[in-house]
Structure formats: C-alpha cells, structure tokens
Design a protein around this ligand. Structure first.
Ligand SMILES: C[S@@+](CC[C@H](N)C(=O)[O-])C[C@H]1O[C@@H](n2cnc3c(N)ncnc32)[C@H](O)[C@@H]1O
Length: 317
C-alpha cells in the first residue's frame, strides 16, 4: 500500500502545474479594464503602440540582441536547454509565455498579473497567479528564468520585488527586463519633445493624421495626474529601475534600446505607416538612425533598455 501511494504521488507530481506562492488579494478594476481593452483592440489587429509596427519592432529587437541571439534564445543557450520553470511578472494575456513554451525556451511557466481576466492561455504547462507583484512572495530558489516585458515600470516596490526575484532565482538562473526606463510619470524632457516636433515638421501631412482627423504637429507632456488617470501605475518609478537593477543583480548584459523619440513620435499615428513600402521603410530607418545618433552622442537618454542579471557573479569574475 505504501509503495502504491508513493508511486502514485510521484506520478501525480509530474502532472502538477507549477504554483507560485500566494499574493495578497487585490482589486484594481480600472487598471485591469484598461489593459484588457488594449489587448482586445490588439487582437483585432489595431496598431496602437510604436512597437506594433513590424519594421520599428525589428529595429528595437536588433538592438536587444545578445551575441546575435534574441535575449531568450541566449538565456536558453546559457542554460544548456529550456528553463525548467520560468516566471513572468505582469504577464498580461500570457502571449510571451506561450511563445517561449512553443519555441522551446521554457518547459513550464508561471505568470503573475492583476486579475484572472488578464490571462487567456489554457495550456496546462502554464499557470497563472492573480496578484500584485509589488507584494508578491516568491518561492526561493525556484525559477531558471524570471522576466518582465514592458511591465516593470508599473511596479512601485522596486527593491522589495528585486529582493524577491533574486531569492527566487536558481543559482544558474537569469532575471531579464525589457523595459521602459525613461522619465517617471511620462514627464518628457524639453529636448526630446523638441526633436519630435522637428521630425513631425518634416513628415508628409497624411502620415501625421490622428484617427480623429486632427493633424499631429507635436507631442505634448501630460501632467502626472493626467497620466495616472489613464493608468494609475504608469511609469511610477521608471527612472529608478536601472540603478535598482544594478544594486540587486550581477549585470551580464545592458543595452540601450532607444524609443526616446520613436515611442512618442509614432504615438496616435502609427496606423498611417504601411508595411513593406520602400519610402516608409526608408523614413522609419532614418528616424531610428537619428534617435540612435542622439542617444549615442549623449544628447538624449535612452527611454528603453534591456537588462540581464544573475544572482551571483560567475566564478573567477
Ligand atoms: C504593458 S502590459 C505588458 C503585458 C505583457 N508583459 C506583454 O508584454 O504582453 C503591463 C502589464 O502589467 C500588469 N500590471 C500592472 N501593475 C501590476 C501589478 N502591480 N502587479 C501585477 N501586474 C501588474 C498589467 O495588468 C499589464 O498586464
């Protein structure tokens, strides 16, 4: 009987879905509704953000490559195969976890986001935890990969979260952040707004039209209160993310991904830019080049970055 129950429990453990430690219950209905609405529009094929355009996205991805590989291929290579368990902070619909599962980057995955309505994936190798990442308690020494894609700038408790993440990584594990790290509460600098206005002035009018029929001549700077009205947690401490990352992790990769101009320039008008049009492609390439030159020359900061860290320095380092 003892042997049978041991065999059964061993068998069952193979099928058990990975579970993260429980988070305190929370309620942020406006925030959840905001993100669900964006996901709904994206599913319908609407282009909302600059990175929804494939050519702009390709420039962004190219800058984030590590040894010529996407960051997740690089992590899998470092691990010598797929991560046993990965954790995504602010996972949204679970699309990224799903991509990693299908691409052989992870064997199983856990996603945390604010509400169960955010997660739309039912693959049994993926599990979801509703909770506030700010107060998440993560099981120590559990994950080969923990990552955040455009979500960490919504978190306020930077040090507490990074401490949890560091503890929750396996000794061989990686923490990756592909993030907005620019001005908090989107308080854009005069410099970036000036360059954007100049570039808009050079652009043909039909490319600058908002869906409402109004012509875009410049990008404005909303007040922090206006920004919070759209998303309460928007860029809450985004400007502190990079130094916090360096405090908590051994940084093995850090690249500036730009976005300082492009993120705002294309805001509200990216739907006007068709794919595979040689003239448009040329314009997108030039704008990316101008942005890179201004960032590399120290005229502008980079508002987006990729950071990869480990909990320990490699032996001999
Ligand atoms: C820009 S979306 C990114 C979603 C996903 N990472 C992706 O790339 O598709 C930001 C996500 O962070 C989530 N989020 C914001 N604040 C959060 C918090 N305190 N705890 C957990 N998730 C949060 C939002 O619900 C949303 O799904």
């Amino acid at each position: 009987m003892g042997t049978l129950s041991t065999t059964l429990s061993k068998l069952l453990s193979k099928f058990r879905r990975p579970v993260a430690a429980a988070e305190p219950a929370l309620s942020k209905p406006a925030e959840v509704a905001h993100w669900n609405e964006i996901d709904r529009r994206t599913r319908l094929g609407e282009r909302i953000f600059w990175l929804n355009h494939p050519r702009i996205f390709n420039h962004y991805t190219r800058k984030s490559l590590v040894d010529g590989l996407t960051w997740y291929e690089w992590v899998a290579r470092q691990l010598g195969g797929p991560a046993e368990i990965a954790l995504e902070l602010g996972c949204g619909s679970g699309a990224v976890l799903d991509k990693f599962l299908r691409g052989g980057i992870i064997k199983t995955g856990v996603g945390i986001d604010l509400d169960a309505s955010r997660f739309t994936n039912d693959d049994r190798r993926l599990s979801f935890r509703a909770g506030d990442v700010n107060h998440a308690k993560l099981e120590p020494n559990r994950y080969d990969l923990i990552y955040a894609v455009q979500s960490f700038h919504h978190f306020e408790e930077l040090d507490a979260i990074m401490e949890q993440v560091r503890n929750a990584l396996t000794d061989r594990g990686f923490f990756v952040m592909n993030e907005f790290v620019g001005p908090r509460r989107f308080q854009w600098t005069d410099g970036q707004l000036a360059v954007i206005a100049q570039l808009l002035g050079l652009m043909p009018k039909h490319l600058r039209m908002y869906a409402s029929g109004v012509e875009k001549r410049e990008e404005g700077r909303s007040t922090p209160e206006e920004v919070m009205r759209v998303s309460e947690s928007e860029a809450v401490r985004s400007d502190e993310i990079v130094p916090a990352f360096y405090r908590h992790f051994n940084v093995v990769h850090h690249r500036k991904l730009g976005g300082t101009i492009q993120h705002l320039l294309y805001s509200g008008i990216v739907h006007n830019f068709p794919d595979d049009d040689p003239e448009i492609d040329h314009m997108i390439d030039c704008i990316d080049g101008i942005e890179t030159t201004l960032i590399d020359g120290g005229v502008l900061e980079s508002d987006f970055a990729i950071l990869i860290g480990t909990k320990h320095k490699p032996a001999g380092a």
